[in-house]
Write a protein that binds this ligand. Structure first.
Ligand code: ADP
Ligand code: ASP
Ligand code: MG
Length: 445
C-alpha cells in the first residue's frame, strides 16, 4: 500500500490513512509512504537557499513543515509514547542544519548533498506514520529504505540494482511480516553501494512501492492518492473526468510517461514483470474500486481510454542534406542525446529532417552545440505533448481523422502515431493544450 503526499498532508489525512490500513491489516500489508505534501518542494527550496550561501535562513524555512509533523504527532500519539518521533525530529533538525551548511560551503558534491537533504521528507513521514499506527494498535515498524533499496550512483534519478535490492527486501521484510508486523518504509529514497543516500526521481514513491511489491511477490499493489484512480484525463483540466475501471500495463505506461502524474512511469515495469495487479485508489473515497491495471484490458467502445498531457516541452529540429538516402545519420543524432544523457519523448522524421521533443532543457545547450555538427538546428520552447491512449487505437480506421477534426482550429506542430498500438501523440502550443484536451474529452467521453 503506497500513500502519496496528499494522503499524508495533515491530521485529517493521517486519520484516513489509519482507517485504510487498519481495514486491511488482515491482508498483511507493507506500507510505503511519501513525504507530507509540499515537504519535498520545501527541502529542495532550502537546498537552493543554502547553495546561495545562507544555510541558517534555509533551515528556518523548514520549521513550518516540521510543525505540521508535530501537529500530527500530538493528535495521534499519547504524550508518553512520543519519544521515538521526537528523537527523529531532533536528529533531522541537527543533520539537516549540518547538510545545509555543507551545501553553502560546497564541502561535498552538491548532487549528493541534494539527495541527502531531500530524503528527510520521507524519513520523517515514515517514522511519523509508523508511530501513529503503533500508538493506535497496529503493530507497525519503520524500516529505513536507504538501507534496503540499493541503487547506482546517479543522484537525483538513481536506478535500483535489482538482485541486491530484492534480496535485502526479502531478508528484512519477510520475517517482519511473518511476525505479524506492518513494515512502514519511506518511498523515493534509497542508498548506493557506498551507503550514500540517493533518490529515485520526483514522484518516485510509486516506484519504491512497485519494487517492494515485486520483491515480495505481493498479491496486489495499491497506489493510494487523492483521486479515484486513473481518469479519462487530469481532473484538474476537465472537471467531468471519469475513473477508468481497467487499464492495460501498456496503456498505463504511456499515460504515466506522457504526464498522467497519478502514476510514476517506472511503477509499471516491476509490476508487469511479476504479473502483479496494480490498483489506484482514493484515500478520500476508500470504498470506491478505483482503477485496476492488468496485463491486458480490452478495448473501450470508442477505442480511447484517456488523454494525458505534458507541458514545457521543447522541439528540436535537425535538417541535413546529408540525410538524403544516407544511413548512419539517425545513429549520429541519437549518440548526441546519449552522450548528454538527455531523454527524447516524441520523434518524427522526413527525408531530410528529424524533429524531436525534450522535456528537460537542462543539457539543451550542449546538445544543440553537438547537433550543429550534423546539420541546421532549430529549437523552439513552449509546447505541450498531448497523448491519446487506448487499446486498439492504431488498428482503428477513421480515429485519427476524428481526433484532428475535433481540434481543427489548432496548430499541430508534430505528430507521432503507429509506434505503439495504444497511443497517438501530438504536440501543440502550451497555451492551446487545455482547450485541446477539453475538446477531445468532450468529443470522446
Ligand atoms: P500522490 O501525492 O498521491 O503521489 P500525485 O499528485 O503524484 O499524487 O498524483 C495525483 C494527481 O495526478 C491528481 O491529483 C491529478 O491531478 C493528477 N492527474 C493527472 N492526470 C491524471 C489522470 N489521468 N487521472 C488521475 N489523476 C491525474
Ligand atoms: N516526495 C517525493 C516527491 O515529491 C516522492 C513522491 O512523492 O513520490 O517527488
Ligand atoms: Mg505521485
Amino acid at each position: 500500500m503506497k500513500f502519496g503526499g496528499t494522503s499524508v498532508g495533515d491530521v485529517a489525512a493521517f486519520e484516513r490513512v489509519f482507517k485504510v490500513i487498519s481495514s486491511q491489516s488482515e491482508r498483511r500489508p507493507i506500507v510505503v509512504v511519501s513525504a507530507m505534501t509540499r515537504v519535498t518542494d520545501a527541502l529542495l527550496a532550502a537546498f537552493e537557499i543554502a547553495k546561495k550561501g545562507d544555510a541558517s535562513e534555509a533551515a528556518v524555512t523548514l520549521e513550518p513543515h516540521f510543525l505540521r509533523h508535530v501537529e500530527v504527532a500530538e493528535q495521534f500519539i499519547p504524550f508518553g509514547q512520543r519519544k521515538a518521533f521526537n528523537e527523529e525530529l531532533s536528529y533531522t533538525r541537527e543533520e539537516l542544519s549540518d547538510l545545509l551548511t555543507r551545501a553553502s560551503r560546497r564541502s561535498l558534491p552538491l548532487s549528493m548533498l541534494k539527495d541527502a537533504i531531500v530524503s528527510y521528507g520521507e524519513q520523517l513521514s515514515s517514522r511519523l506514520l509508523a508511530e501513529v499506527l503503533k500508538a493506535n494498535g497496529i503493530n507497525a515498524r519503520q524500516l529505513d529504505s536507504r538501507r534496503l533499496i540499493v541503487t547506482d550512483d546517479e543522484f537525483g534519478a538513481a536506478q535500483p540494482i535489482w538482485d541486491e535490492t530484492a534480496e535485502l527486501l526479502r531478508l528484512e521484510l519477510s520475517p517482519a511480516i511473518e511476525a505479524g508486523e506492518v513494515p512502514v518504509m519511506g518511498g523515493f529514497i534509497a542508498g548506493n553501494r557506498a551507503g550514500e543516500t540517493t533518490t529515485l526521481g520526483r514522484g518516485g514513491s510509486d516506484f519504491t512501492a512497485a519494487i517492494v511489491a515485486a520483491a515480495l511477490s505481493a498479491r496486489e499493489l495499491q497506489i493510494w492518492t487523492d483521486v479515484t484512480g486513473v481518469m479519462t484525463c487530469d481532473p484538474r483540466i476537465c472537471g467531468d473526468a471519469n475513473t477508468i475501471p481497467v487499464l492495460s500495463y501498456e496503456e498505463a505506461a504511456e499515460l504515466a510517461y506522457f504526464g498522467a502524474k497519478v502514476l510514476h512511469p517506472k511503477t509499471i515495469k516491476p509490476a508487469v514483470d511479476n504479473a502483479i495487479p496494480v490498483r489506484v485508489c482514493n484515500t478520500f473515497q476508500p470504498s470506491e474500486v478505483g482503477t485496476m491495471i492488468l496485463a491486458e484490458s480490452g478495448e473501450a467502445p470508442n477505442k480511447i481510454k484517456s488523454i494525458a498531457s505534458k507541458k514545457n516541452i521543447t522541439i528540436v529540429r535537425i535538417t541535413s542534406a546529408r540525410m538524403l538516402g544516407a544511413y548512419g545519420f539517425m545513429s549520429a543524432v541519437f549518440q548526441v542525446f546519449d552522450r548528454h544523457r538527455t531523454v527524447i519523448d516524441v520523434i518524427s522524421t522526413s527525408e531530410v529532417s528529424v524533429a524531436l521533443t525534450l522535456d528537460s532543457a537542462e543539457s539543451l545547450e550542449k546538445v544543440v552545440e553537438d547537433l550543429k555538427r550534423l546539420g541546421d538546428v532549430e529549437v523552439e520552447g513552449g509546447y505541450a505533448v498531448i497523448c491519446v491512449v487506448g487499446e486498439g487505437l492504431r488498428a482503428s480506421t477513421g480515429l485519427a481523422s476524428k481526433i484532428f477534426s475535433t481540434i481543427e482550429d489548432v496548430n499541430v506542430a508534430l505528430v507521432s502515431h503507429g509506434a505503439s498500438a495504444v497511443n497517438l501523440t501530438f504536440v501543440v502550443n502550451d497555451k492551446d493544450a487545455p482547450q485541446v484536451i477539453q475538446k477531445l474529452h468532450e468529443e470522446f467521453f
